[in-house]
Design a protein around this ligand. Structure first.
Ligand SMILES: Nc1ncnc2c1ncn2[C@@H]1O[C@H](COP(=O)(O)OP(=O)(O)OP(=O)(O)O)[C@@H](O)[C@H]1O
Ligand SMILES: O=c1ccn([C@@H]2O[C@H](COP(=O)(O)O)[C@@H](O)[C@H]2O)c(=O)[nH]1
Ligand SMILES: [Mg+2]
Length: 232
């Protein structure tokens, strides 16, 4: 086979594989839960609990971006500057990372933490992937509490300083809350009071992930009541 023909074949195979990997993700028809809330509201902490109890795969958009910086990618410096300023990285960059992570995981239940951060993120994700979240967890927490948590997180994050934290709060209010309102209007938001202990917050999260158990319990009580009224 000539060199040019080999190159052409390579390109065709690559294009076919790309198409196939996209459709494999769609064929798997994954369950997607967006996990949103202000900086420091406890998204990552609660996602870790959900993974343990319900077998979801946790994808933190922020973690994927930080890994991209470390990998020495050509986008690294741009991403690092955006994170330092608390700004939102362009959708195409974040969506590519999320898509790749979903495809490579081979799994079909995802917690997407800290994304979408603005309306453009949301619309681009739905357009590019053709997928919508089953529901949205919204960890609602006052700024004073989030600030306290972030300032004592001690994980060496470059954006856990008071200047960047204030910028992140502003971006959350102006750009991310409208995304939550959008899904709220569609009845998809599960709002959780996140200003409580980790255990108390997780108890509420559990009730969201186990609504069927509650229904089974209700049915059980109803049957018991019917039996009792029949006997007496
Ligand atoms: N309910 C809670 N009560 C007290 N501290 C908490 C609670 N939940 C999480 N924390 C602590 O607060 C800090 C921030 O939590 P976490 O990293 O889960 O927040 P996050 O929403 O993922 O933040 P970010 O958006 O910056 O990634 C961590 O140090 C964590 O241990
Ligand atoms: O979808 C996203 C997610 C994150 N970013 C940037 O990363 C930082 C940190 O995100 P965390 O969720 O707190 O880990 C955030 O402030 C943004 O600068 C993003 O641009 N897009
Ligand atoms: Mg986090």
């Amino acid at each position: 086979m000539s060199k040019n023909r080999k190159l052409l074949m390579g390109t065709v195979v690559e294009a076919a594989n790309k198409g196939a990997s996209g459709s494999i993700l769609q064929k798997r028809n994954p369950t997607i839960v967006f996990v949103l809330g202000g900086p420091g509201s406890g998204k990552g902490t609660q996602c870790a609990n959900i993974v343990q109890h319900y077998g979801y795969t946790h994808l933190s958009a922020g973690d994927l971006l930080r890994a991209e910086i470390k990998s020495g990618s050509e986008n690294g410096t741009m991403i690092q500057n955006m994170i330092k300023e608390g700004k939102i990285v362009p959708s195409e960059v974040t969506i590519k990372l999320l898509q790749r992570a979903m495809e490579e995981s081979g799994k079909d239940k995802f917690l997407i933490d800290g994304f979408p951060r603005n309306e453009e993120n949301r619309a681009a994700f739905e357009k590019v992937t053709g997928m919508e979240p089953s529901f949205v967890l919204f960890f609602d927490c006052p700024e004073e509490e989030m600030e306290r948590r972030l300032l004592s997180r001690n994980q060496g994050r470059e954006d856990d300083n008071i200047e960047t934290i204030r910028k992140r709060f502003k971006v959350f209010l102006e750009s991310s809350l409208p995304v939550i309102s959008y899904y709220d209007a569609k009845g998809k938001v599960r709002k959780i009071d996140a200003a409580r202990s980790v255990e108390e917050v997780f108890a509420t999260v559990k009730a969201i992930f186990e609504p069927k158990n509650e229904k089974v319990l209700l049915l059980y009580y109803w049957l018991l009541l019917r039996c009792l009224t029949f006997w007496y």
